[in-house]
Design a protein around this ligand. Structure first.
Ligand code: AMP
Length: 305
């Protein structure tokens, strides 16, 4: 597609204006973004979309890179969605690093950043918001421990999909259950947007990259890799038959490591049915959510596929 040459605005050492090939456009208004993207689409270009809540790390950037590989134009959104926080403090303490985020997205070659206000996203408020029939999916794991969370996720993603109307949507496996919820949302809305689930990026010690990691104290940061270690331990010791002993041992390992455990479970990877025993064939995933101090971490690992 046509890329626009723009001036960086900064003269180089010879006093000349430097021309850079392309830059990222920042939109704050939904209608303006939709109008721009409609033109892009009419010209036959494919649009990839990466929704985020900001405080970006390499995991987010990997999604932008995945989008760039197969799309003509990649859009990233940064919006800390109040509707998906069941814990007010978690919302208030959610990290924000806008300057660095913009810098990282520009370096990654992201074409458009959408950064709406709450009023722009929810002009009618959220009190009479649509209810999404998610069924079983919102009764277990994150759904059980974060009541209302997935309704809030659907609300924001539904609105974002309406605004951006991407050909392809990029999500991280890090939020495994969220991926399943959004897959269901896409089905419910009969959208023809293709969903890409990208691998979890980890720090060198195994800790899944997360915006919340910066909120860990030095002591808790040192403890945090235990989640991945424990999930890996489940994978290594997985056997057919009873799974309860393995789950119990994993929970104990986290508790001994200083975590307050919400859950550590083994589930059918296709539908998140919680399993007590394994027939050796069902595709499995292990999922964990646990607190270190007031920071809640989640992670998951496919066990057998
Ligand atoms: P968030 O900003 O945490 O809402 O995440 C925005 C998107 O980035 C979601 O699709 C996440 O699953 C994805 N994401 C978050 N952490 C990672 C990671 N460590 N690796 C890959 N994707 C991630």
């Amino acid at each position: 597609m046509q890329k626009y040459d723009i001036y960086s605005g900064k003269p180089d050492s010879n006093g000349n204006q430097t021309v850079i090939e392309t830059t990222m456009i920042l939109y704050k208004k939904a209608a303006a973004l939709s109008a721009y993207l409609a033109k892009i689409r009419q010209q036959g270009n494919r649009i990839g979309f990466v929704p985020t809540m900001g405080a970006l790390h390499q995991g987010h950037i990997s999604l932008v890179q995945a989008s760039k590989k197969i799309n003509d134009l990649s859009v990233c959104s940064i919006f800390v969605n109040p509707a998906q926080f069941n814990d007010k403090q978690d919302f208030e303490k959610y990290p924000s690093t806008i300057e660095q985020d913009i810098d990282q997205l520009e370096k990654a070659g992201c074409d458009i950043l959408f950064m709406p206000s709450v009023a722009e996203m929810y002009p009618q408020g959220t009190i009479d918001a649509e209810h999404y029939p998610l069924g079983y999916l919102e009764t277990v794991l994150e759904g059980e421990f974060r009541p209302g969370h997935f309704q809030g996720v659907c609300l924001v993603v539904h609105r974002l999909l309406d605004i951006v109307q991407p050909h392809e949507l990029f999500l991280g496996q890090k939020d495994y259950q969220q991926c399943m919820v959004i897959k269901k949302l896409i089905e419910l809305k009969k959208s023809n947007c293709a969903l890409h689930i990208c691998p979890t990026l980890r720090e060198n010690d195994g800790l899944a990259m997360s915006s919340r990691n910066v909120r860990l104290s030095a002591k808790d940061r040192a403890r945090a890799p235990k989640i991945y270690e424990t999930l890996t331990d489940i994978k290594t010791n997985l056997q057919t038959g009873d799974l309860n002993k393995l789950k119990k041992r994993a929970a104990q390992k986290l508790t001994d490591g200083g975590f307050t455990v919400d859950y550590i479970e083994i589930a059918n990877a296709d539908n998140l049915e919680i399993l007590e025993s394994w027939n050796g064939e069902t595709k499995l995933t292990a999922l964990a959510a646990a607190f270190l101090g007031d920071v809640r971490l989640i992670d998951n690992l496919l066990l057998a596929d």
